[in-house]
Design a protein around this ligand. Structure first.
Ligand SMILES: Cc1cc2nc3c(=O)[nH]c(=O)nc-3n(C[C@H](O)[C@H](O)[C@H](O)COP(=O)(O)OP(=O)(O)OC[C@H]3O[C@@H](n4cnc5c(N)ncnc54)[C@H](O)[C@@H]3O)c2cc1C
Length: 372
């Protein structure tokens, strides 16, 4: 019998594994995929996540595998600034940077650090039942009994669906392409993330490493035409955007809907707890989904320092995490709507230009400050 099982070796499950390791607790992670090879191209690890990786001794490794990003700019179609947030000072205050990294690199670093022996691949959880302990049944016919279970199995979590029988997925009606490309960005774009807002569409790009650039492109679903080329939607954007899109090989592009999870009342049950997207998936507009999963693992670790009773930890965990997570989910949803306006964009941009940078920095600090 396992004492602790984690279902899902995404960023949430792997970070939790690292935290449990620090506490010398025995655990096994079950992952459906045959290898730790995530889709999704690049990802931004904000200062909140990087402070946690620092405490896990992984900050330098992650910094070396990615690219430091000191500012976030929103621009119009022609790359004319709408807002800019320079976070260099915040990074210095929190002694951690904002890192853009390839997802596969990040997950490899997290997995190797907890030893691959603790991760069972090719284990797709098909059912979970509560008896005296939890009985986990996997598609490969393996059955496991476990005292404590963590559901880190993502937005479509089987554990949430079967144990809590809840979880309404909300669709933002935006389509999102993500790509990775070998591209020489002009030097002024090397340490900043850019989001270019048009009418009912936007394009983000950031440098990941020496040559690699990660980008994402969103359009309102109502604008989608199955016969259009992606680049054609962005015909009125700066030539740099069109160049990036045209330089990307088809096989390096993925397409997803933008979805999140309508808040669920409870993330835990007896001896079982959901973390990350399984508990509180957000739309990606603040680049915080994975960072919040990492914060979940961190808080569980903090609570373990005081007490080893998991049921009391789960209750406190939700109390501590709920407010910040709700803020991220709700704010991210609103940003996603505003950024994809089809009308009144000049007025929107005009008012956004009036917002002082100090206000954006306050918002950034609210996110990157860790709860205790
Ligand atoms: C377009 C886009 C851009 C984003 N950009 C950012 C960003 O810049 N920064 C950021 O912080 N976040 C970002 N996010 C959000 C981030 O990707 C997620 O919040 C994060 O991956 C959640 O991690 P998780 O471990 O909770 O879940 P997941 O990453 O979904 O991992 C779940 C794992 O569980 C496994 N699994 C699922 N079901 C089962 C099962 N039944 N049995 C066994 N294993 C199972 C899956 O294979 C997977 O490995 C972005 C999301 C999108 C869509």
């Amino acid at each position: 019998m396992n004492s602790i099982s984690i279902v899902g070796a995404g960023i949430g499950g792997l970070t939790l594994g690292n935290i449990l390791n620090q506490h010398n607790l025995d655990f096994t992670i079950y992952e459906s995929a045959p290898e730790i090879k995530p889709v999704g191209a690049g990802i931004m690890m904000a200062v909140n996540a990087m402070q946690i990786f620092d405490q896990l001794g992984l900050k330098e490794k992650i910094e070396n595998a990615g690219n430091k990003i000191h500012g976030i700019s929103i621009t119009d179609e022609k790359l004319k600034p709408i807002s800019k947030t320079n976070i260099l000072e915040l990074e210095q205050n929190y002694n951690s940077g904002n890192i853009a990294i390839h997802r596969a690199e990040l997950q490899k670093i997290l997995a190797v650090n907890i030893s691959l022996e603790n991760i069972k691949l090719n284990h797709f959880l098909s059912s979970i039942q509560k008896k005296e302990n939890y009985i986990l049944n996997f598609e490969n016919k393996i059955e496991i009994e476990s005292k404590i279970v963590f559901g880190a199995d993502g937005i479509h979590s089987k554990i949430r669906n079967q144990i809590f029988e809840t979880g309404k997925i909300r669709n933002a009606r935006q389509m999102c392409w993500r790509g990775l490309v070998d591209f020489e960005l002009p030097e002024k774009y090397h340490h900043e993330a850019f989001e270019v807002w048009g009418k009912g569409k936007r394009f983000g790009f950031v440098k990941l490493s020496d040559k690699k650039v990660y980008w994402y492109a969103l359009i309102n679903e109502s604008k989608y035409k199955s016969y259009s080329r992606l680049v054609d939607y962005f015909y009125d954007f700066d030539p740099l955007v069109l160049n990036i899109l045209e330089s990307t090989l088809e096989e390096n592009i993925i397409l997803n809907d933008i979805i999140d999870l309508s808040p669920i009342p409870k993330w835990y049950s007896e001896n079982l707890c959901l973390i990350g997207d399984a508990a509180h998936a957000t739309t990606p507009n603040m680049g915080q989904g994975a960072c919040q999963a990492i914060e979940d693992a961190y808080i569980i670790g903090k609570l373990l320092e005081k007490n080893k009773d998991f049921n009391s930890i789960f209750e406190k965990f939700q109390k501590i995490r709920r407010k910040k997570v709700n803020y991220v989910v709700n704010t991210s949803w609103k940003i996603g709507q505003i950024s994809q306006w089809e009308n009144g964009n000049s007025l929107r941009n005009f008012f956004m230009r009036l917002i002082p940078e100090s206000f954006n920095l306050q918002l950034a600090e609210k996110i990157i400050k860790l709860e205790r």
